[in-house]
Design a binder for this molecule. Structure first.
Ligand code: ZN
Length: 256
């Protein structure tokens, strides 16, 4: 059967001398791996469209097992993501996260939409670090962790001061602080921001101008959830941390 899917290339792995195995996140069929014959050759018509981050339309022949990519046509080649090292680093992190969390074999329109919006936003010049943070929060339900952020996780109170508690799985109000000796206290702004990352659509989050320390604070919370509660540690996270430790490169880019 021949399928026409809208998809985004999550990864492309060399296979044999001239082929690639391409993993697509598609709108219609979820995550799909397919063989792209000859795509490793620069002259192949599949060479361009099988680059990571590529958003396009893909014709895949599949009966059972792995399908074969017949044709691809790009809608958006995500040029910034392909050429800007900071954008590439965060883009790689996002596609790796989606690839890790989403399983093959079923439609995942929510994950597709989060991925498409995030990559498009980075490509259009939104702060890649804020966008990656947004994806971290948005993809949390796929790990089985659903933090309680609309009220106190212990007593359901909505008034008062709040802190973040990893053991209670979300916000804790000041009356319940005693339940967790390791709470992270939050200012009202931090509280609002975390809720926003979790609940608000990306175009609103993308426009926010966030201070580096605000981002790193929110990132610390979500990274801890991923690493300690889900055991997920991504290779591309290490690359981002390496970039962050190369301050010259990182700063020049950020101050443009
Ligand atoms: Zn409480």
């Amino acid at each position: 059967m021949l399928h026409k899917w809208e998809g985004i290339v999550l990864k492309a792995k060399a296979y044999g001398e001239s082929n690639k195995i391409v993993t697509l996140m598609t709108r219609e069929a979820g995550k799909v791996a397919c063989m792209a014959r000859g795509a490793k050759k620069p002259t192949s018509r599949l060479a361009g469209v099988t680059q990571p981050f590529m958003h396009g339309s893909f014709l895949v022949q599949r009966t059972s097992g792995m399908g074969t990519l017949q044709q691809g046509e790009h809608f958006n080649s995500m040029r910034t993501l392909q050429t800007d090292i900071i954008a590439t680093a965060y883009g790689s992190y996002i596609v790796e996260l989606v690839d890790r969390l989403v399983e093959e074999g079923r439609e995942e329109p929510y994950a597709f939409e989060v991925l498409l919006q995030a990559l498009t936003a980075i490509d259009e010049g939104y702060d890649p670090e804020a966008i990656a943070l947004f994806v971290d929060w948005k993809m949390l339900p796929y790990t089985g962790v659903q933090p309680i952020l609309n009220c106190c996780a212990a007593c359901s109170a909505v008034e008062g001061e709040f802190a973040f508690s990893f053991t209670q799985g979300g916000f804790l109000c000041h009356k319940c602080y005693h339940l967790d000796p390791y709470i992270i206290r939050l200012t009202p702004t931090q509280l609002k921001l975390i809720r926003m990352f979790y609940n608000v659509p990306i175009d609103q989050v993308g426009k926010l101008q966030l201070k580096p320390q605000t981002k790193s604070f929110i990132k610390k919370i979500v990274t801890t959830i991923y690493e300690e509660q889900t055991g997920i540690r991504l290779k591309s996270r290490a690359f981002i941390e390496q970039l962050e430790r190369t301050p010259l490169l990182y700063r020049e880019k950020k101050e443009e």
